[in-house]
Each structure stands twice: as C-alpha cells, then as structure tokens.
Design a protein around this ligand. Structure first.
Ligand SMILES: *[C@@H]1O[C@H](CO)[C@@H](O)[C@H](O)[C@H]1NC(C)=O
Length: 390
C-alpha cells in the first residue's frame, strides 16, 4: 500500500465512520453521531436519521455514507433512543434474578413510553443540532418506529422541520398492555412483579438469536442485505444490555402517543406550515407496512389540501422490505438528494428507475406513485389497529 492510498483510505474512513459520541445526563448516557459531508454548504439543512425498534445507529451507516458524498445536508446526525443501541441508564448491574430488574437508582421513575423518546429527540434537536446549524429548521427521516416518532414531532413542532422523510413508518406504537386491568401499571420503573415477569419472558424470547434471525428474514427481501452487515449480531449485542429487560417491560405497558389514533385517515392533516415537504420511500416487500398503508397515508395527505401537492412524493421500491434505509441505501440517498434539490421528475425514466446498491450489490426498481386509488384496508384491520392504538 502506498502512502497515498493509505491517506485516501484514512480520509474515506473519517467520512464514512463518524466516531460515536455520547451525551451524559446525571442518570444516562446517550449515543449519537454527526457526519459533515466534505462538500456541503453550511446553509443547507441538517438531517437527523431515526432508527426503528431494536436496532441502533449501526443501521444508518450505509445511508449516512451514501448521503455524505453529496452536498445535500450540512451535517447528518444519528441517535440511539434511551434503552436501545448504545444509549442506556448509567451503571445498571447484571440482572441476576427477577427481583433486581429495573431497580437500579438510574432507572428509578424512568419509563420507556414513546413520550420519553419524543422528548429525547426533541431535546437533541434543540440542544445539539440547531445550535450548531445555520439553518433554522432541520430535515428528519425515520424508519419504522422512527417514522412514527418523526411524524409526531413534525406535527407538534412544525417550526423545527422543513422536511419529513418516511421509510415504512409504522402507523402505531406501544400501548399494547397499557392500563391493562390485570396489572394496572403505567410503565414507570420499577415494575410490579407480574409485568416484570411478562416483560422478561417475552424479551428473552424476542432477543433469542434464533428469533432474531427469523425476524430479519421478514424484515429484509434479500438475506444478503443484512448478513453482509452482520445486523443480527449487532441487534443481539445491543439487546444484551443489563437494562434490556426493564426497558422492554416498560415499553409493553406504557401508553401510546395521543396522536396515534388519527394516523390513518387524518395523518398529519393539520401541519402548521404549508411548506413542509414530505417524502415517502417504502419497501414493497414489507410483510407488515405494505403499499396499502403508504398509499392511504399519502392519499390523505394529498386530500387534506394542507400541503402543497408538489411537496409530497411517494416512491415504492421492489425487492425491499421493512428497512429501505439499510436494504436500499443507495436508492434512498439518491432519491433524497434529488428531492432536497427539488429535481423533477424524481426518477429518471417515466417515473421509474433501477438502482444497484453499492453496499451489497442488490438491484431495486423504484416507482413513483402518483395516484392513490386503492381499496381501503378492511375495516377489521383498521379497527383493530385503532383499538390497539387507543
Ligand atoms: C414517562 O416519561 C415521559 C418523559 O419524561 C413523561 O412525559 C411521562 O409523563 C411519563 N409517564 C408517566 C406515566 O409518568
């Protein structure tokens, strides 16, 4: 290796693998990263990428690395939610028996409701991202649960956001056992014995390596997309944290967000500023959040008349399942950059284009969806989801 190649390699590494950084509070340590694309303009907006459930910032590295080669954003941030990835309450000892779960001083009075994560992300934006940015607002993008959190934030704090990007955003989160008469627990730690036991039992099953591999087989259309990045191993590693059992129990029993019940037909119907731009990039092979969700969502956005029509774009990707940001990072980065630069049409040929993923070689056909005349979801399905959400 010549000195020149070594220098180039080191430069490339500094761009693509930002050092993990930590914010500490008296009771917790929060992991985040920031990457500054070498060619970006300081006046461009910063971008915050939010994760889905169970993963950490490692799930955004491919997208960060693709995006950082264009001048689209002034900086690109990733963040782990408390109780996920590398963000945890301080000094939790190993949980040797059921009684010790969730009882350390740093966990006292803590809950893992979606409200906690919404507050955490809001604080991160106002105290870390915006003070370091020239732009008065940011772009926010979220996969799965991250799309749900980003949507609620955009609805509550419209002035903070110029752009909302959704990758297979979930329409519901949490509240599964909230206010169950069986336990009557609101999710604030430490947990009573029964929910503590239920949470521990389910968590141990969920993080069992065999189950993680099965779940990833559903989350991805092509196994190589995640095995090439050892995603299962990284998920299992993060899930082994001493605080995992308590966090999961609290997630199960905490209430959902009050906005949740409106997410189907009135999704974001009342954003306070008409200039919010919304881009959806949805994997079509997602077994859960399929095209019926994305199209209904975008049709209600369009029908609301609250946003300018050319500010709303929906792209579907074939051969991609629940995590387009990771399974098709090249396609996502290209489409996002064009969207931010207001390039039209977004896709080159007749609202269609094929992308080859630079991280693992997968091929994805993208299609822009412009008409949303779909049969509605069966009322049973919607009712069930809404009941869960309520
Ligand atoms: C859970 O924590 C969030 C964030 O601190 C807080 O807003 C909420 O009120 C808490 N829930 C309960 C039931 O205490």
């Amino acid at each position: 290796m010549t000195l020149l190649t070594l220098v180039i390699l080191l430069l490339a590494l500094t761009i693509t693998t930002p050092l993990p950084q930590f914010l500490t509070t008296p009771t917790s340590k929060i992991a985040f990263s920031v990457t500054t694309p070498p060619t970006s303009a300081a006046s461009a907006p910063p971008l915050l990428l939010l994760n889905g459930f169970g993963v950490g910032q490692f799930h955004q590295k491919r997208l960060v690395s693709s995006l950082s080669r264009s001048p689209t954003f002034s900086s690109i941030y990733t963040l782990d939610y408390l109780g996920q990835g590398d963000s945890w309450p301080l000094s939790i000892p190993p949980t040797t028996n059921l009684d010790s779960i969730g009882t350390s001083p740093s966990e006292a009075n803590l809950n893992y409701s979606v409200e906690t994560w919404i507050e955490q992300v809001h604080d991160f934006i106002t105290s870390t991202i915006l003070p370091n940015a020239e732009s008065p607002s940011i772009a926010i993008a979220g996969n799965s649960l991250g799309g749900y959190i980003a949507t609620i934030l955009a609805k509550r704090y419209p002035d903070l956001f110029s752009t909302l990007i959704l990758f297979n955003a979930t329409p519901i989160w949490g509240g599964i056992f909230a206010s169950s008469p069986l336990t009557n627990w609101d999710g604030v730690l430490p947990a009573p014995t029964l929910p503590r036991f239920i949470g521990k039992t389910i968590y141990d099953q969920i993080r069992d390596p065999q189950n993680v591999y099965t779940l990833m087989a559903e989350c991805y259309a092509t196994p190589l997309a995640h095995t090439s990045d050892r995603i299962c191993e990284k998920i299992i590693g993060a899930a082994s944290n001493n605080g995992g059992h308590a966090a999961f129990s609290s997630i199960l029993f905490s209430p959902g967000a009050p906005e949740a019940s409106q997410f189907h037909d009135n999704f974001l119907n009342t954003p306070a500023h008409k200039d919010l731009r919304i881009l959806g990039i949805y994997g079509k092979a997602d077994p859960w959040i399929d095209g019926r969700f994305s199209r209904r969502l975008f049709s209600s956005l369009q029908a609301s008349g609250n946003l300018k029509n050319d500010n709303i774009n929906l792209i579907e990707l074939n051969n991609v399942a629940h995590c387009p940001n990771h399974e098709a990072a090249t396609a996502c980065a290209t489409i996002i950059s064009r969207f931010m630069q207001k390039t039209t049409p977004l896709l080159l040929q007749n609202e269609k284009e094929t992308f080859v993923d630079e991280a693992w070689g997968g091929e994805h056909d993208a299609e822009e969806i412009t008409t949303f005349d779909l049969p509605p979801l069966s009322t049973f399905f919607v009712d069930t989801l809404q009941r869960i959400a309520n």
